[in-house]
Each structure stands twice: as C-alpha cells, then as structure tokens.
Design a protein around this ligand. Structure first.
Ligand code: NAD
Length: 260
C-alpha cells in the first residue's frame, strides 16, 4: 500500500515512534528512523526492520533540538531516497515540575523537541511533497494538546502549539494532495510514562500499582493504557490514500479522556 514511498519518523528508536515505523514498514514504506540510543541496538533494529519487511531503512541520530542536525537529516535522506513522502513528528520528552520552579533549560528543551522540531521538519519536507502533489504529515500530540494537567506547563504548551501548527499547515496544503493531522494519545506505557510512574511513586510514597491506578489512569476512563499498536495502526491509516480527506484534525486515542 505504501510501497515505493519513504517515511521519516522522528523519535523512532523505541516506544510509539518505533511502533509507527514498524506499521509503515509493514505497508512497504522505506523508513528514515530517527532517534537516540545505543549504536549496536539501533543497528540491530534497522536490520530487523529491513529483513522483516523487505524495505530500505536508515538510522538518523539527528538531535531534534538542533535545527542544523534536522536540516542535515532531511538533506541526507532526500539524497538517498529521492522523495520524502511521509513525515511523522513523534520525538518528545516530558518534565514534571510546578511552573514557578520549572527549570528554564527543561522548558526550552521541551519546546524545541516537542514543537519547534516539527516546524523545521515540516518546512524542509513540504516543498518535495508539494512538487509531487502527495504527502502525509502526522504530528504526535497528546491528550495534553487538548486539555491540561498541573505541573506539565512546557509539555502542555508545546502540545497545544503542535496542534496549532497542524491546523495551519493543513490549511496551507489543503489543495496540494498533502494532509497534516495531529494524533492525541492518552497514556501509553512507554519509557516516557515509566519514568513518571517511578517519580510519582517516590513523591507520593505509594506503590507502583497504586500510582498507575490512582494517579496515571485517573483521567483515562477506560482504566487501561492505550497500546502502541493502536496508535501505530491509526497513524498508518492516516498515511494511506483512504485518508486523503482527513486533514487539520486532532484525533484522540485516549480511552475517553477528553470526553470528560
Ligand atoms: P519514549 O520516551 O518511549 O520515546 C521517545 C523517542 O524520542 C525515543 O526514540 C528517543 O530516542 C527520541 N528522542 C528523545 N529526545 C530526542 C531528541 N532530542 N532528538 C531525537 N530523538 C529524541 O516516548 P513515547 O512515549 O514513545 O513518546 C513518543 C511521542 O508520543 C512523544 O511526542 C510523546 O509526547 C507522545 N505521547 C506519549 C504518550 C504516552 O503516554 N507515552 C501519550 C501521549 C503522547
């Protein structure tokens, strides 16, 4: 279904991004797998995706907080693949702290990786998509792109901003065969959330299971984590031709969180 197309997925060395890369590779897309991590593990991951799905996969260690590295990633990938048809802006980090004591460097880093990186990848990939009159941009926002929680000022601000960017890009590309959508997951059990569970267990002085039930899943009516595969399959659908009329949307996969 996506054979011959190339997808750039940022933050794809683990978690949701890796799930999305696998779902797109499973549909035949070549993958530019961006993300940080151990070199040997990443090489093994690239090999596994190549051999399992029979697609071309390259790794890019570009730091999404660095515009120069983002630019190099897009230039190198364009030289290798010729076309970059699908862009999934997934790289993201979290930091939890009251706003008045929120570390300034953490604020800047979260805004750079969770929001500004998507501006850079989008502006660099769009000309090629427009020229071919086909493109898919999927921005991984969050339920926190639609509603807030205390102590997550930078993350909530960046994710709300990412949804604003999504809508603007969708309007600017609506007649060019390009779609741009934001996907808003609720809690998915990845390293990003594991770290919050550990921190909350320490700060509340309660067991891990209790943190999951009473703190983390408190806002998620389904009372279960969203699965990586559920987010990944939905993103792959958005990248197909059947989704060509879905653009500028904020699409929740959150077990009912923002319905409240
Ligand atoms: P994760 O921590 O498991 O993975 C994050 C990925 O981003 C990793 O591959 C990491 O290497 C990469 N990354 C981090 N900093 C980077 C940088 N500076 N440059 C390049 N890559 C970098 O996180 P996850 O839970 O899979 O989150 C993925 C996305 O989904 C994030 O944008 C996150 O905000 C969003 N999200 C997650 C949840 C959740 O509950 N896990 C919910 C809603 C939205």
């Amino acid at each position: 279904m996506l054979r011959g197309k190339t997808a750039v997925v940022t933050g794809a060395t683990r978690g949701i991004g890796l799930g999305i890369a696998e779902a797109l590779a499973g549909r035949g897309a070549n993958i530019v797998l961006n993300g940080l991590g151990d070199e040997h593990e990443t090489r093994a991951l690239v090999e596994r995706l190549r051999s399992t799905h029979g697609v071309d996969v390259v790794h890019s260690a570009a730091d999404m907080s660095r515009p120069d590295e983002i630019e190099r990633m897009v230039t190198d990938a364009s030289e290798r693949f010729g076309t970059l048809d699908i862009l999934v802006n997934n790289a993201g980090i979290q930091h939890v702290s009251p706003v008045e004591s929120f570390p300034v460097d953490k604020w800047n880093q979260i805004v750079a990786i969770n929001l500004t990186a998507a501006f850079h990848t989008t502006r660099l990939c769009l000309p090629g998509m427009r020229a071919r009159q086909w493109g898919r941009i999927v921005n991984i926002a969050s339920a926190h792109g639609l509603v807030a929680s205390p102590y997550k000022s930078a993350y909530v601000a960046a994710k709300h901003g990412l949804i604003g960017l999504t809508k603007t890009v969708a309007l600017e590309t609506a007649r060019d065969g390009v779609t741009c959508n934001a996907v808003c997951p609720g809690y998915v059990l990845t390293e990003l959330v594991e770290r919050q569970i550990d921190d909350q267990a320490v700060s509340h002085g309660i067991a891990r299971e209790e943190v999951i039930e009473r703190v983390i899943l408190e806002r998620q009516p389904s009372k279960r984590f969203v699965k990586v595969s559920e987010v990944a399959e939905f993103c792959a659908y958005l990248c197909g031709n059947d989704a060509s009329s879905i653009t500028g949307a904020q699409l929740s996969i959150d077990g009912g969180w923002v319905a409240q």
